[in-house]
Design a protein around this ligand. Structure first.
Ligand code: C5P
Length: 404
């Protein structure tokens, strides 16, 4: 059921727009409040009058309508919804979303919204397969936009292929699944570590690694999206701050450990950070000078082992989170090494991934992981890092919902 849920439906210009009329009816049948934006091209396929009649609301279409703006500004329109749905999402609108254009009301609202977005693409199969569309879709997925379809089938032009919009009932099911997930972690506290750590050599130099923080940040966002009170302890990254998450920025492993301890107690801790194994034992207070002549001995760095945050949280006694999850980045024998690592660190679950150069995981868009718990190994298909995060958050919610 969708009682009380506010859905902003954007109808762009494709023949599948006729199915959006049925979608509105189905959403309303389930108690959803549906407000619609019909693009100029969309209005060539369905009349705003039909949309208004079915949604029982005013229909919005023109960014520069002063009457519209005085009644409800485009920024409010963008935020007064629990979910923004674009169905059908044409190749053109997907491209404008990917570029961040604000050339009409629909694209402006999509740029101005801080709400979750679900798109149901519909287009000719050649347009769907085009590298430009595929790159745009990947960009959107990387930003957390949810996508349903397209599906295989007969297309309007009489051709057959991948490009049909998902059926209204399937879109309704995806919307219901989205809402049934939200709030599952309400009242729970989550801690996530993310990014690399920087270990200073002197005031200007440091030791670091290639972690982008993408997966850890996505996990924090996914836990917060399910309602968890989430704290993200992150090393230096260029990732955007995930919405609705409390952020603690640190540089070194020792600072990360301190921030994690301060965050306890929590129900779940996910250690996705690539913590440096060693720090420089005696970082200098002044920049090390290269004052010698060619051939002079280079400075030797003495390293000291860093604290293991995952192991430390797993052994936190009374303060131990009910669920402690670590990552195992491996370049060979991924599962075997991860199984051993789970035991050694004392955590409950390990997500193992292949970070060999060929796998392109570091800094890349997707990730192929195996979830290892006390019972066995669950190998997930290659997914975007956002999808991995959402799946993990759902698994965490299932686990915490079961009696301790
Ligand atoms: O030992 P290794 O670095 O392969 O273990 C990876 C897992 O341990 C990750 O979950 C990482 O966040 C965590 N870790 C940690 N503190 C360290 C080293 C690793 O929390 N000092």
């Amino acid at each position: 059921m969708l009682s009380g849920r506010r859905i902003l439906l954007i109808i762009s210009g494709g023949i599948a727009a006729y199915k959006s009329l049925d979608l509105i009816r189905r959403l309303r049948e389930r108690g959803g409040a549906v407000r619609c934006i019909v693009t100029k091209a969309g209005a060539e396929f369905v009349t705003p009058l039909a949309v208004a009649t079915l949604s029982r609301d005013k229909v919005f279409g023109d960014l520069f309508s002063l009457t519209d703006e005085s009644e409800i500004g485009h920024i409010r329109l963008a935020r007064d919804a629990d979910l923004v749905v674009v169905a059908p999402a044409t190749a053109d609108l997907i491209a404008r979303m990917a570029l961040g254009l604000a050339s009409d009301l629909a694209s402006t609202v999509l740029l101005a919204t801080d709400r979750p977005i679900l798109i149901a693409p519909a287009m000719n199969y050649v347009m769907w397969a085009h590298p430009a569309t595929q790159a745009n879709v990947k960009t959107l997925a990387g930003r957390g936009v949810r996508m349903l379809g397209p599906v295989q089938g007969e297309l309007a032009e009489g051709e057959t292929g991948m490009g049909r919009m998902s059926e209204p009932l399937d879109i309704v099911a995806a919307i219901e699944a989205f809402f049934s997930g939200t709030g599952r972690l309400k009242g729970r506290r989550a801690l996530v570590t993310s990014g690399p750590t920087h270990e200073p050599i002197d005031p200007v130099r440091y030791i670091a690694n290639r972690s982008s923080g993408r997966q850890g940040h996505a996990i924090a966002a996914a836990l917060a999206a399910l309602g968890a009170d989430t704290m993200l302890v992150t090393g230096p990254t260029v990732q955007l701050d995930p919405a609705g998450v409390e952020i603690k920025r640190i540089e070194t492993a020792e600072q990360m450990l301190g921030a994690c301890r301060d965050a306890l107690p929590v129900d779940v801790a996910v250690c996705a950070a690539a913590v440096a194994d060693w720090r420089v034992a005696d970082p200098r207070n002044q920049k090390i000078k290269k004052n010698g002549k060619p051939g002079d001995a280079a400075p030797i760095l003495r390293l000291a082992e860093n604290p293991d945050i995952l192991a430390s949280l797993s052994a936190a006694g009374k303060l131990r989170p009910r669920l402690v999850i670590g990552f195992a980045a491996e370049t060979e024998d991924v599962v075997a090494h991860a199984v051993a690592k789970r035991k050694k660190k004392g955590c409950d679950w390990i997500l193992a991934n292949d970070v060999s150069v060929a796998a392109g995981t570091f800094g890349g868009d997707d990730n192929a992981v195996h979830l290892i718990d006390g019972k066995g190994v669950d190998s997930w298909p290659r997914l975007t890092k956002d999808e991995v995060a959402r799946r993990l958050a759902a698994r965490i919610a299932d686990y915490l919902a079961a009696p301790a």
